[in-house]
Design a protein around this ligand. Structure first.
Ligand code: PEP
Length: 256
């Protein structure tokens, strides 16, 4: 089986403060991050530079939760991918379900943001996932497949080389209701099969993270699945001890 280095990413959403960033990132910088696992923090953009500075050279990277698709211009209140890079970010999450829902982001707009990440030299994390109604109607695979293919249609297969996928069932985000390891694995295998159609060489080595109420109690079972290569952690990433526990579980996958 191809080896995919596990990645544990913390999505802080719209949470944090100057003192929170100092304490959290300071604790991460002092922690012994086990070898074999990558760790990423996605703070609110206003704290990105501070987080990068406090983390220093500890090996934990940062990114942004969203950008505008344009490189610059008259878009008051927006942030460009190039600015994320300028602030020290290396990653950019696109297509989070909260943005798809609250900001009416279409599959096509998400694809444009993915392209903006590539243009700026950032690693995109493409979030995909179905709502509860879509799952209950038997449309989960159709929805998730369309979300993946919309990006491939715009940017082309080669663009997936530096990308990470995150499967986040909308019904599991922030609800405390996690997909079971079997449910998550089934959809991850489906996503990898879609990637294999798009980019056959890259599909076996691309990471697909699981997100949706992952915490220290359920992470081990999810991370043990063959097509789950890490976690995109929301609520539980705001508690440094719990986040580090999940990071260690990711590392155990490699060493165990
Ligand atoms: C997320 O915001 O990507 C997420 C998975 O949130 P939570 O872990 O809180 O469900």
């Amino acid at each position: 089986m191809p080896s995919r280095r596990p990645l544990i990413a913390g999505n802080w959403k719209m949470n944090g403060s100057e003192s929170f960033v100092r304490a959290f990132c300071g604790a991460i910088a002092r922690a012994q991050i086990p070898a074999g696992v990558s760790v990423l923090l996605l703070p609110p953009a206003g704290y990105l530079a501070q987080a990068v500075q406090v983390l220093g050279d500890c090996g934990v990277e940062c990114g942004a939760q969203n950008v505008h698709a344009a490189p610059s211009g008259a878009y008051t209140g927006e942030l460009a991918a190039e600015m994320v890079k300028d602030l020290g970010g290396r990653w950019l999450m696109v297509g989070h379900s909260e943005r798809r829902e609250y900001c009416a982001e279409s599959d096509e707009l998400v694809a444009e943001k993915f392209q903006a990440a590539l243009r700026a030299g950032l690693h995109p994390i493409l979030c995909v996932g179905e709502t509860l109604a879509q799952r209950q109607d038997g449309n989960a695979e159709r929805v998730v497949g369309a979300q993946v293919h919309a990006v491939a249609d715009l940017v082309g297969a080669s663009a997936f080389a530096s990308a990470t996928l995150a499967y986040e069932p909308v019904w599991a985000i922030g609800t405390g209701q996690t997909a079971t390891p079997d449910e998550a694995q089934a959809m991850h295998a489906f996503v990898r099969a879609q990637l294999a159609q798009i980019a056959p060489d890259q599909a076996p080595v691309m990471r697909i993270l699981y997100g949706g109420s992952m915490n220290a109690d359920n992470a081990r079972g999810l991370l043990a699945q063959p097509d789950i290569d890490g976690g995109l952690v929301g609520g539980a990433s705001l508690e440094v001890a719990q986040f580090l526990e999940i990071v260690r579980m990711g590392a155990d996958l490699v060493s165990g």
